[in-house]
Ligand binder design. Structure first.
Ligand SMILES: O=c1ccn([C@@H]2O[C@H](COP(=O)(O)OP(=O)(O)O[C@H]3O[C@H](CO)[C@@H](O)[C@H](O)[C@H]3O)[C@@H](O)[C@H]2O)c(=O)[nH]1
Length: 448
């Protein structure tokens, strides 16, 4: 008797075109591929022209246009811009799905970035299942739900806010949105609409782990088919050490930074990075530069090429190393690290926690304020030095915070807590851990 052919299920991944969204989605996609799932990872045609793609052999990368690569006149408003992207991408995705149906391996499920809920409509229209992937924390996700429901209003009205399964939050702890607000509140709608059609999603994936956000995850799980799968970058590392930047919008110049780090004593270097999009003002960059010098510590600072001209004129410090981009997980894992001055993007936050590195939070916008609140007051793994949208944080304050976190009175407690979360994050993705189990459960349902 001929052996039955087992058809591998096929999953399409549709991430948002930004480094902070691609990284966790790609790690998740590669993890599914390692379970025998056929994965196609879709990026936009525009992104495919600038991104450096490497080490993605376990999955298929494909391209769909969202119209942004064409030299057409840019839409006048931010609302018109998003509308155009949605219309062009939806039409092209529908075509892509149709084309795929005629192949021997049509997709069964689309996993899409939660900020693109219209992908679920396209998927369902063509008979596919859909599941959003949230790349922000559970706490932040739930805040956007309350904004969607109207149980929390923007502009925020009260000085403190009490929401289910969250600590009491001050206005400054809530996602900061005013910087982006147009008269139609486009960005607010985009973020709140993550909950637009969630009742039709077959699974809801979040890049977090249960022990980090237990209460809010339970609260969400009582409403939606939540599956925590994070930290996804750790999932990937179990298979693929430090190769998580395989679709990179930035050039990784290895320079001699590894050698530089290797030459430093354990726990002696401050790592500074503001992720892939945040941009400090010139004055703030200068204060940070002189704050670092004042701290008298070694520092390793990622300044993207677009930000370089904001450094003080002829800035040079024998204790500092400035690079344009690095392999951040690899740097955070280095024994030389003492702490991380971060904008608190969710990936950076998870990466720091997963390596037990205490944080100095300099949140810039949207979800970062809420992440900073949790870093300082809930997980107690760092100190927050500002959420201000306009205020400048001075060099004295920066140096003072560094002194507190590196060797100061609180440093032992912060390091102890950070190490606790390192253990919990790793346990979550190990065999039998909550994120690992959620993935196994999902994979076996998908295979059945
Ligand atoms: O030199 C560097 C600097 C950063 N990274 C990586 O780039 C990613 C940055 O992500 P994140 O820390 O989340 O920051 P953003 O790029 O700012 O991410 C956007 O997306 C996140 C997820 O939704 C949000 O939490 C942020 O607020 C939003 O700005 C991380 O994986 C880092 O490891 C590098 O590999 N090398």
């Amino acid at each position: 008797m001929a052996a039955a052919t087992i058809t591998k299920p096929h999953v399409l991944f549709v991430p948002r075109s930004a480094q902070g969204h691609i990284n966790p989605a790609l790690a998740f996609a590669k993890r599914l591929a390692s379970e025998g799932i056929n994965v196609t990872f879709i990026i936009t045609t525009k992104l495919s022209k600038s991104a450096k793609i490497s080490d993605c052999s376990s999955i298929t990368i494909d391209y769909i246009s969202d119209g942004s690569e064409e030299e057409v006149k840019e839409p006048k408003t931010i609302e018109a811009y998003y509308k155009r992207i949605k219309a062009v991408f939806s039409a092209n995705l529908a075509e892509f799905i149709q084309r795929q149906k005629s192949t021997g391996s049509p997709a069964k499920l689309v996993i899409y970035d939660s900020t693109m809920p219209w992908v679920l409509d396209v998927a369902q229209e063509w008979g596919l299942l859909g599941a959003p992937f949230f790349t922000q924390s559970g706490a932040v996700s739930s805040i956007f739900y309350h904004l969607k429901q109207g149980s929390l209003k923007f502009p925020y009205e009260d000085s403190t806010v009490s929401l289910p399964a969250l600590p009491t939050l001050q206005i400054n702890d809530l996602p900061s949105l005013s910087k982006f607000m147009d008269s139609n509140q486009t960005i607010l709608k985009l973020l709140a609409d993550q909950f637009l059609n969630l009742d039709r999603a077959v699974w809801v994936f979040i890049n977090t782990f249960d022990m980090l956000e237990k209460e809010v995850v339970e609260w969400m799980a009582s409403r939606w088919p939540i599956k925590t799968v994070g930290p996804t970058f750790l999932l990937q590392q179990k298979y693929d050490k430090f190769s998580n930047q395989t679709i990179s919008l930035f050039e990784l110049k290895l320079d001699s930074y590894k050698e530089w780090l290797d030459s430093k004593e354990a726990g002696s270097v401050i790592y500074v990075s503001f992720g892939s999009t945040a941009s400090l003002g010139k004055e703030q960059m200068e204060e940070l530069a002189f704050g670092l010098i004042k701290s008298n510590c070694y520092f390793f600072w990622v300044v993207r090429s677009s930000e370089m001209d904001k450094l003080p004129h002829n800035f040079n410090s024998e204790k500092g190393l400035i690079v344009e981009w690095c392999n951040q997980p690899e740097v955070l894992a280095h024994r030389a690290l003492a702490c991380f001055i971060s904008h608190c993007g969710w990936n950076s936050t998870l990466e720091a926690l997963s390596y037990g590195v205490p944080l100095i939070a300099m949140a810039q916008w949207v979800d970062q304020n809420t992440n900073a609140k949790f870093i300082q007051d809930v997980w107690r793994v760092g100190v927050a030095i500002g959420v201000g949208e306009n205020g400048i944080i001075g060099r004295e304050e920066i140096a003072m915070c560094i002194a507190q976190v590196v060797g100061g009175e609180r440093s032992i407690e912060l390091k102890r807590n950070a190490c606790k979360f390192k253990k919990l994050a790793n346990e979550a993705v190990e065999y039998g851990g909550t994120s690992a189990n959620n993935i196994q459960d999902f994979v076996s349902k998908l295979m059945s």
